[in-house]
Design a protein around this ligand. Structure first.
Ligand SMILES: [Cu+2]
Length: 328
């Protein structure tokens, strides 16, 4: 669009009423002014954001998926900030230049003129289309290139890591906790998530009861935990530290209390933890249902892993749904 036609005070139709209060010769180049302010502000704000705020944007950089997600969020913000600034600059300029209270100012002109402005219309459609289509392509690329970007890919992942060594960790959601089984260490089960650093991990997420969602915040993993489904998500932790796991699917009365903690540790520390826990829990592991990608709980717990608390005999024949519970 030309420099002086973006201001709302250049109606094309009737010259006698077109520019009340000001001749076109004295009218400042509104578009150039707004554009300049916007350009300078964007040139300052966008780099400030990217370099000062960007590295602190959640979910941080503990894992490959966290790093990638943080980068994606920052790309979104870098594209969104200039749009936000354009709206603010335009609003601010309008208020300062065309507000009715301003003495001697031209009467506000808009409506028809602004609505029919070809440059504004095509510019708006073109710019927003380019941004949205670019983000659709970018988002798709990021999903494919990053093996699902930390999201669950279902039981048959299409985008798999190329790593030769992938550690499987099974995540079992149940009202109202998560437990973890390590199939390559005898299938023992732990209430704590332990993850070795610099190792590609395949989380196999499932549920024993209702729908849950496994959200390991610092690892930037979020995968639905559905009964009878083995939902696979990948990541590689790059730093050691603690991980908070929360359920992010409303799953009943104590959903809000359904969280626990994990740890990313060195490979050696993980190896020794896994082996010692496997040995220490061997007697318990025998009582668990054999390792499987999904489980079908039954009333007695025998067929598939209904994890009773200490007061109930998990193999009590009287513990069936609707039957009298054993006296404690
Ligand atoms: Cu839940």
């Amino acid at each position: 669009m030309s420099d002086d036609d973006a201001g709302a005070d250049a109606p094309p139709a009737d010259p006698s009423t077109a520019e009340p209060g000001a001749g076109s010769a004295t009218e400042p180049r509104h578009f150039v002014r707004m554009f300049s302010v916007w350009l300078v502000l964007s040139a300052i704000v966008v780099p400030l954001y990217y370099f000062l705020v960007g590295p602190h944007v959640p979910p941080g950089t503990m894992s490959s998926t966290a790093e990638e997600n943080q980068f994606d969020f920052n790309v979104l913000m870098v594209l969104a900030l200039p749009v936000l600034l354009a709206v603010w600059v335009y609003l601010g300029y309008c208020i300062m230049t065309w507000r009715a209270a301003k003495a001697g100012a031209a009467d506000p002109v808009g409506g028809e003129v602004a609505r029919n402005h070809l440059g504004v219309q095509t510019g708006w459609i073109a710019i927003t289309s380019v941004i949205v289509l670019f983000l659709a392509g970018f988002g798709t690329f990021e999903l494919i290139a990053n093996n699902g970007a930390g999201g669950g890919e279902g039981p048959n992942p299409v985008w798999t890591p190329t790593s030769a060594h992938i550690l499987p960790i099974q995540v079992i959601g149940q009202q109202w906790t998560f437990t973890y089984r390590y199939p390559t260490f005898g299938g023992f089960e732990s209430s704590k998530l332990m993850v070795p650093v610099d190792t590609t991990v395949a989380f196999h997420v499932t549920s024993l009861d209702v729908i849950h969602s496994f959200w390991a915040y610092q690892l930037s993993i979020k995968a639905d935990a559905n009964p009878q489904v083995d939902n696979v998500a990948y990541t590689t932790a790059h730093h050691t530290g603690s991980v908070t796991v929360r359920c992010s699917e409303l799953c009943g009365l104590w959903h809000g209390a359904m969280f626990n903690y994990g740890q990313v540790v060195s490979k050696d520390a993980f190896e020794s933890w896994a082996k010692s826990t496997e040995a220490a829990t061997a007697a318990n592991t025998k009582l668990l249902p054999p390792f499987a990608w999904t489980y079908v709980p039954d009333a007695n717990g025998a067929g598939g892993g209904f994890y009773n608390n200490d007061t109930v005999d998990p193999y009590s024949p009287s513990e069936v749904y609707g039957a009298k519970q054993p006296a404690s």
